[in-house]
Design a protein around this ligand. Sequence first.
Ligand code: ADP
Ligand code: MG
Length: 272
Amino acid sequence: MSTSALQVQGLAKHFGGVRALDGVDFEVPAGQCVALIGPNGAGKSTCFDCLAGQQVPTAGEVLWQSQSLLGKPPAERQRLGVARTFQVAQTFEALTVLQNIQLVLRGAAPLAWWDRMDRRQPERAMHLAAQAGLQLLVHHTVADLPYGAKKRLELAMALAGLPQTVADQGAALLLLDEPAAGLALAERADMMTLVRQVASQGVTVLYTEHNMDAVFGVADRVLVLMQGRLVADGAPEAVAQDPHVRERYLGMDFDLNANVKTHAKGLQDARG
Ligand code: ADP
Ligand code: MG
């Protein structure tokens, strides 16, 4: 019996002749923070779609806490603890930060015309906002937020969609599709610190990223996807040394320590 929280077995997704995923196997233990990297078109978003339920795989199996997720709609997977963000931000621009969270809070009664959204579990919404470092921005309209704050709000909204018991126990799988895309170095380092904080509460995190300073020195483990196949899976140090990955993706002059230093500098800039 495996104790991995997430088990992905022989996962395949074909779009006509395109093999977006071509037999992908990996497992993730609870609380691990894993980066899924690879060139554009490698199949990263499709992988998230198959895990969260936006796409039906052509073949394979996905087990979360020993339970098959396939055939379950996204809302049902969310009830089981699977939360995600999308590569393109999905927030309500005209509403405040707090209202965005309140709108997606799991367990809140359906919104009717006589409801005041502001009365929906305000303490819990505040807690989620604060966890994402948005406590000073809760009453700001999303349209007025810096992009980095918007990305943090998306993460808070993904967690808000989970049942409270699941969230409290950290028994969740959080899929973040390019959480730091479009962010400058300092904002990116800040965002990745938040991602690590969430993982340290027991949440299993899988994220995609193109900036290597948000991968090496941040993730516990790195998966490399190319043309629908996993070509490397291991500790960041091992993946950084992998000749095949260096030749085809990272570059022969790739320097893990330089990226760790860049991340540290980003954090310093963010704090200073
Ligand atoms: P990544 O996120 O790694 O950039 P994607 O998962 O978005 O890669 O895409 C993997 C491959 O699958 C690409 O060739 C892409 O064009 C194709 N693809 C993704 N989604 C669809 C779709 N809905 N219909 C047809 N082809 C798709
Ligand atoms: Mg993508």
